[in-house]
Write a protein that binds this ligand. Structure first.
Ligand code: GLU
Length: 329
């Protein structure tokens, strides 16, 4: 859709999509969309922050960026493959599996055209339980009413992975709901479920909403199974949900997690990818201040870590040119 529109516009105004320097000409407009997650997560404001920085230069670049709220990582990876998005945010485990055709993507095969742009904030696997449910550990979820997340979300993929490791099915819960991240805080407060899960950066609106609406606890996710999977899978690591971010949760809570990443496809125009990375890294302090979950971001890590798919060549060229990456391999 986007490409057709650009071509038509280029035809009408009589310009070519690219200037001879490979830069976008400002008398045409290119619309790019970033697929994110639910509006109370971090992906959605992340997409908004990137768009805001890109759109500051739209008069010169002709690139207009917008954000789409989506079902999350798995949805974004699939929509990118279908050509429905230009960029998507995806958990590092989902990026890995989508690129290699593993796990959730075994049936559809490797997405060889997937390209990394950069990685972003850490996303601990987060369980919030009603205090009156008595849930204190992952194993306590058995037999309870749980929101296991909407199909298409990263948390649903992680939950299914953990259930498989445990030998559990949905029947091991009294109720297994498939609500989106933006619906689940209210379900917890209404006592429709005993616990909700979310793989997400902190702090975020969803967990803030849940913990203020109802007396609740953030549940540690640790033990022998977690030790084994952190050891075995390259994209999982130990993580802490910092204390003091949410009502009633003063102490850090141990769990495990992944990292958020921005991905695109090999087909995405160099000029667009260059503008997205330029907008973020040239304005890095502004970007970092746009969300508290970005406070500890380090540009040198973002261009290297948790990226399974190859970097988009335009992103790589920018990182090499600006010294964020040392060598052109
Ligand atoms: N990690 C979640 C997912 O992949 C989304 C988190 C967010 O919305 O910030 O679906």
């Amino acid at each position: 859709m986007k490409k057709l529109f650009t071509t038509l516009l280029a035809f009408v105004v009589g310009t070519f999509p690219l200037t001879s320097h490979g830069e976008q000409s400002a008398d045409e407009e290119t619309y790019v969309t970033i697929g994110t997650g639910g509006v109370t997560g971090v992906y959605y404001p992340l997409g908004g922050s990137i768009s805001r920085l890109v759109n500051r230069n739209k008069d010169e670049t002709g690139i207009r960026c917008s954000v789409e709220a989506t079902g999350g990582s798995v949805y974004n990876a699939n929509a990118l493959k279908q050509g429905e998005l230009d960029f998507g945010v995806a958990q590092s485990d989902i990026q890995y599996e989508a690129f290699l055709g593993k796990g959730k993507f075994e049936g559809t095969g490797p997405f060889t055209g997937l390209r990394s742009v950069f990685s972003i904030h850490p996303e601990p696997f987060t369980i919030v339980a009603r205090k009156d449910s008595g849930i204190e550990s992952f194993d306590d979820l058995k037999g309870k009413r749980i929101n296991i997340g909407n199909a298409g979300s990263g948390q649903r993929a992680m939950m299914e992975f953990l259930m498989e490791k445990k030998g559990w099915t949905k029947d091991d819960f009294k109720v297994a709901m498939g609500l989106t991240s933006s619906e689940q805080a209210k379900a917890l407060a209404n006592n429709d479920v005993d616990a909700i899960i979310f793989t997400v950066g902190h702090p975020n609106g969803s967990i803030q909403e849940a913990t203020t609406l109802v007396d609740s606890v953030i549940v540690p996710v640790e033990g022998e199974l977690i030790d084994r999977i952190v050891e075995e899978y390259p994209y999982y690591s130990y993580a802490n949900i910092p204390g003091g971010l949410y009502k009633g949760n003063e102490n850090p809570i141990p769990t495990f997690g992944v990292r958020a990443t921005l991905v695109t496809t090999a087909d995405e125009d160099d000029a667009v990818v260059t503008e997205v990375v330029r907008a973020v890294f040239e304005n890095f302090e502004t970007f970092r201040r746009l969300h508290p979950a970005f406070a500890l971001l380090n540009p040198n890590e973002m261009v290297k870590e948790s990226l399974t798919a190859p970097l988009h060549p335009a992103a790589k060229a920018y990182y090499v040119e600006t010294g964020l990456l040392e060598t052109q391999q």
